[in-house]
Write a protein that binds this ligand. Structure first.
Ligand code: HEM
Length: 405
């Protein structure tokens, strides 16, 4: 039976390890009303998967209801640079606008363009590991897992080398506002980063319009379908989305994934000795310690779901990390099983917003795990890592390791 709880997503102990709490939900009820956020939470695999695909739920609501009706204040003009990025992004749109934007971007983000990135990704990976090897002792995140996907997106987009260092701080500041709560300082930093990023991308797009190159920004500038093109605002929002969505989660699959492997030395050894297991291992690591724990959906019309009456204009929360540990879907869900097949984890989402970058992410992760295990089979963990005290984006503060003995 659904019940009422007070689910404290700021509890430090929960943030370090949310999975025992999720198992408790399954023992009790993975569907509950939370007194703190006044939202219904859904944690079963069936519910998360169904709601993601059910068009009566959406990532945005403003196409159906006005702000006044929703009881939302008019947007604070100080947040305009940040809000503008969301307003023109496919991430915050629903069909038919979402379909239009996603198919335009899809035309530029072609399978060939992704395939062609394989050589670049391997080179970026090797270059970073050459520097790391010279150091001997590294933070796997700061020295490798963070710069790698940022450089990959920068390369894909066509951001010149000398500007690449700006991208991560901008992205990092912007995504802080996606958490369930944030400080005024974090809000200001996100606003400033949005403005700076917007100005930078507009100037880069203008350069590419005059002097086209073989990169994604040029492709986005040129893309056209049935006479329809991306506006400059849509192009900026798409690039910011690709950078944000394209690296935060990838960083944390590497960090959370190696953390899990260090905690299971037998499985780490097995993976080193049977690298053909890497593709299924990556899927399992994404399930076992999910980099994105929660996404919200708006209720677009009055409806009854699983016996619960949901009013138009309310929000529900979908617990991805919990759904990935549903004992009715995953045999022994708390166990790490690198050869788990099938593995219907939900870490890339589902329905119309299913991760656009999943093929690129999988290719990147395959190269990362294969190269690290091949070049540094004896790497060891130096210090037990801690997770950032954030919930939606789950990742470690640092992962200090010794690469060679
Ligand atoms: C392992 C790494 C990644 C994970 C776990 C991940 C996960 C997700 C999830 C869960 C969503 C859907 C969110 C929702 O339904 O509310 C999503 C959407 C998206 N992702 Fe990823 N992602 C990853 C990597 C990437 C990469 C590398 C890119 C691009 C370069 C990317 C681009 C996108 C975009 C553009 C969307 C929005 C799609 C839409 O709204 O239609 N992601 N991702």
């Amino acid at each position: 039976m659904p019940k009422t709880l007070s689910f404290d997503t700021n509890d430090p102990e929960f943030l370090q390890n949310p999975y025992p709490t999720y198992q408790q939900f399954f023992a009790d009820s993975p569907t509950f009303y939370d007194e703190i956020t006044k939202m219904w939470f859904f944690g079963s695999h069936h519910d998360v998967d169904t709601i993601l695909r059910d068009r009566r739920f959406g990532r945005s609501i403003l196409h159906v209801m006005g702000r006044e009706e929703l009881g939302l204040p008019e947007p604070n003009p100080e947040y305009a640079p940040f809000n503008k990025i969301g307003e023109h992004s496919m991430f915050d749109k629903e069909p038919p606008e979402h379909t239009r934007l996603r198919s335009l971007v899809h035309k530029a983000f072609t399978p060939r363009r992704i395939r062609d990135m394989q050589v670049h990704i391997q080179r970026i990976c090797d270059d970073l590991l050459d520097v790391a090897q010279a150091k001997g002792t590294i933070d796997l995140l700061d020295d490798f897992a963070i710069p790698l996907p940022v450089t990959v997106i920068a390369q894909l987009l066509g951001v010149p080398h000398e500007d690449r260092h700006k991208l991560r701080p901008w992205s990092n500041a912007i995504v802080k506002l996606y958490e369930l709560s944030h400080t005024p300082e974090q809000a200001q930093a996100a606003i400033d980063a949005s403005q700076a990023f917007n100005d930078y991308l507009i100037s880069l797009a203008e350069k590419r319009r005059d002097d086209p190159q073989d990169d994604l920004i040029t492709a986005l500038v040129m893309v056209e379908e049935a006479g329809d093109k991306l506006t400059l605002d849509e192009l900026v929002s798409t690039c910011v989305l690709l950078l944000n969505a394209g690296h935060e989660a990838t960083v944390n699959v590497v960090g959370n994934g190696f953390n899990a492997l260090f905690k299971h030395p037998d499985q780490l050894t097995k993976l080193k000795n049977s690298t053909e297991l890497i593709p299924t291992a990556i899927e399992e690591l994404m399930r076992y310690d999910s980099p994105l724990q929660l996404f919200r959906r708006w209720v677009l019309e009055d409806l009854t779901y699983a016996g619960i009456d949901l009013k138009q204009g309310t929000e529900v929360a979908l617990l991805f990390g919990c759904a990935n540990h549903d004992p009715t879907v995953f045999d022994d869900p708390m166990a790490l099983q690198l050869d788990r097949t099938p593995n219907p984890h939900i870490s890339f989402g589902g329905g119309v917003h299913f991760c656009l970058g999943a093929p690129l992410a999988r290719m990147e992760l395959q190269i990362v795990f294969e190269t690290l295990l091949r070049r540094f089979p004896d790497m060891t963990l130096i210090e037990q890592p801690e997770f950032h005290p954030s919930y939606v984006i789950r990742g470690l503060k640092a992962l200090p390791i010794q690469l060679t003995t």
